[in-house]
Design a protein around this ligand. Sequence first.
Ligand code: SF4
Length: 228
Amino acid sequence: MIKFKCSLTGLCCKASPITLQSFEEMLVNFLAESMSIDVKIAPAYTIYDALSNQWIALSYTLYLNDDNKCPFLSKDNRCSIHNIYKPFICRTYPYVPREVQYLVNSELKLIIPQVVYGVSTRCPVIELHKPLISKYFEANASFIKEYMPSEYEAAIEAERARLVIVTLLSNLWRDGLVELVQKPPFTGSSSRFINAYSLLQRYNPRLPYILGIYSIVEKIRLAKMAND
Ligand code: SF4
């Protein structure tokens, strides 16, 4: 069976802003700082915490530069952070989350992520394989797994990480440490944000290990020390 193979055009690094999970925002900022690269990152999906009167950011947007390229795309069209940490969405591309929602169940004090993945037709390889994809996609549920195994695996990993974050946040809610509201009444007040990962790490010091990012943080720290 034909398999997806990235043709390294770098188009996906120029296509649209990059969505980051909360812990990825921390890693990407840390990387940018260690490499002296300017980045613009803003909170994307947020949930309001009525106890602290602030918004908890579950995801972020990394904006493209003025020349419409990811700030980490090198002059020779390569990802300059590939060897240290490549964001999930870059690893899953062109298999990407098309819709991401977080359902907030106030009765159970539970946040449930709902993510729908799809294949981006902006990718030139997908464009080429389009007839084949449309032929098999509907007939065979495991088609994507066979067609693009690495990207599929990365998507599984991404959703596992997302689940860790919302599960721990739901636990904080049930412990009375946050009071989450999906759509609070407008009060004209706070626009303070806190990164969900940073908040959770206060209560779960082992979170970097749970997410498997401890060694990456260390790598970045060492790279930063080497550059200083
Ligand atoms: S982080 Fe790397 S792979 Fe992702 S968009 Fe930027 S340059 Fe491309």
